[in-house]
Design a protein around this ligand. Structure first.
Ligand code: F6P
Length: 319
């Protein structure tokens, strides 16, 4: 392996820069050239490719976003787009690719792998929804961002005796809502992976109110619908003031936590090790704090599951 490319794709996640830094410095450490591919797969198609040096990735470990920028490319989904991408990789004499991103980005890596180009996927998404790894880069930072917001909302909710429906990201995944709900002491957590009874949500708010509780937090994952609609329904059923906060893209930004920086550094270096050792079509991850790798195609076929123990616990503690 003489030259490796690295790109970030899909929704950005805090810690992607730390992962890029790790890939770049590990390549240089092993005497392998490294190229940054800008703007994700679209940039790959268009040849937005530059050689990176040790200095190119200085002073980024603490920064949110991605210095390589990101995109969601429709063109890359087509066979013509993939052909152009492979031509660019050949032109720059790149013989292995590290893709940092979520499931959509992994599907792209899978396409290249199927066409014989060595790729390794590094899971980077705030959603924590990639099967085959306990955690994805960016999840811990986003979780802490949500928790800071929940704590602030709780202050004002208590002052005004209000119910808050807080909507967090997670198109198809409830991890952020589940972990934030547990860490933030939410009364109810609504996630796409579990059916929730709306009557139970109302009952819990009522019970809390009757025993003198001055605030109620309902954590809503974006994948189950709009927090505004849930708040409207709560307003219809209860004579309590209800407000909504949609945290939106604030969850995607900010300086990565130490946990995310360490995870990103470990996974980035591991991806380079695998490519150098002739592995391809793998995704890297962490299970029980050990670095692991899985077949990227098989991993994508698995269903992401939430931690049922955490879900049960959240119910138990919010009686
Ligand atoms: O996949 C990450 C994510 O932040 C999801 O949680 C969210 O549904 C989506 O990206 C938002 O995407 P966009 O940045 O295109 O609005």
């Amino acid at each position: 392996m003489k030259a490796i490319g690295v790109l970030t794709s899909g929704g950005d996640a805090p810690g992607m820069n730390a992962a890029i830094r790790s890939v770049v410095r590990s390549c240089i450490y092993h005497g392998v050239k490294v190229y940054g591919i800008y703007y994700g797969y679209q940039g790959l198609i268009e040849g937005e490719i530059k050689e990176l040096t040790i200095g190119s990735v200085g002073d980024i470990i603490q920064k949110g976003g991605t210095m390589l920028y990101s995109s969601r490319s429709e063109e890359f989904k087509t066979p013509e787009g993939q052909k152009k991408a492979i031509e660019q990789l050949k032109k720059f004499e790149i013989d292995g690719l590290v893709v940092i991103g979520g499931d959509g980005s992994f599907r792209g890596a899978k396409k290249l792998t199927e066409q014989g180009f060595p790729c390794i996927g590094v899971p980077g998404t705030i959603d924590n929804d990639i099967p085959g790894t306990d955690f994805t880069i960016g999840f811990d930072t986003a979780l802490n961002t949500v928790i800071q917001a929940v704590d602030k909302i709780r202050d004002t909710a208590t002052s005004h005796e209000r119910v808050y429906a807080i909507e967090v990201m997670g198109r198809d995944a409830g991890d952020l809502a589940l972990w934030a709900g547990l860490a933030g002491g939410a009364e109810s957590i609504l996630i796409p992976e579990r059916e929730s009874s709306f009557d139970e949500v109302i009952e819990k708010i009522k019970r809390g109110h009757e025993r003198g509780k001055r605030h109620s937090i309902i954590m809503v994952a974006e994948g189950v619908g709009s927090a505004v609609d849930y708040a409207d329904q709560i307003n219809e059923k209860l004579d309590l003031s209800t407000r909504v906060t949609v945290l939106g893209h604030t969850q995607r930004g900010g300086s990565p936590t130490a946990t995310d920086r360490v995870l990103a550094s470990r996974l980035g270096a591991f991806a380079v090790d695998l490519l150098i050792n002739g592995k391809q079509g793998r995704m890297v991850g962490i299970e029980n704090n050990q670095l692991i790798h899985h077949d990227i195609i098989e991993a994508l076929e698995q269903q992401h599951n939430i931690d049922d123990g955490l879900y049960q616990l959240s119910n138990q503690l919010s009686i």
